[in-house]
Design a protein around this ligand. Structure first.
Ligand code: Y43
Ligand code: MG
Length: 198
């Protein structure tokens, strides 16, 4: 069975990748499954730069193929914030505080101007290979309060018009049909075999 190391400490992402790769016969392991701690400094200026930094750092250190994702929420009324700073918008990886801060920032913004999208950049790296990149987006609106307990991060605030619900209310199966991460993964897998065998 093929194994992929996903360079993430985020349990929500890890869960989604397991579900996305499982049907393809690919086993997902994450940083938590490693004995070693590798320090990664995410100082890129774009999602794809950060994904590349995460993946390449681990490939260089461990000499194995790695897949990393950098993702976040891009809110139009906030000129793209929180963007690449999504994880540390209000505090270090504090979803609750991040959601509160977002609601506050959008307090006076009317429905039609609450447009936003999630973006996901995935980069795969392997020893002596040119990195492979794929991207995905999903478009929606920021709700006025949290709805639902499913998912992670900003999911309870991300209203997806096609479903008439937030990502916090739809469960992983449904989310994995439409999410930025699912789209980026699909796009990556279309190119993956050729890259892997080149
Ligand atoms: O599907 C999603 N549903 C809700 N929120 C999401 C999603 N996808 C990304 N997000 C938010 C969460 C976090 O605030 C930030 C990711 O930041 P990002 O640096 O990529 O991940 P992270 O620091 O949590 O883990 P790691 O860098 O170890 O992969 O965007
Ligand atoms: Mg991060």
């Amino acid at each position: 069975m093929t194994k992929i190391l996903i360079a993430t400490k985020n349990a929500g992402k890890a869960r989604e990748y397991r579900k996305l790769f499982e049907p393809k016969g690919i086993e997902v392991i994450t940083l938590k499954d490693l004995n070693e701690q590798v320090e990664i400094i995410e100082n890129g200026k774009t999602f794809s730069e950060n994904a590349l930094i995460k993946a390449q750092t681990l490939t260089d250190k461990l000499n194995i193929p790695v897949l990393a994702d950098d993702s976040g929420l891009v809110v139009d009324a906030l000129n793209g914030a929180p963007g690449i700073y999504s994880a540390r918008y209000a505090g270090d990886h504090d979803d609750e505080a991040n959601n509160k801060k977002l609601l506050k920032a959008l307090k006076k913004v009317p429905d039609e101007k609450r447009t936003a999208h999630f973006h996901c950049s995935i980069v795969a790296t392997a020893p002596d290979k040119t990195p492979l990149e794929a991207n995905g987006d999903v478009y929606g609106l920021i709700a006025h309060e949290k709805h639902g307990e499913d998912g992670f991060g900003y999911d309870p605030l991300f209203y997806y018009p096609e479903f008439g619900k937030t990502f916090g209310e739809i469960g992983m199966e449904e989310k994995n049909k439409v999410s930025h991460r699912a789209k980026a993964t699909e796009n990556l897998l279309e190119k993956f075999d050729e890259w892997w065998n080149e």
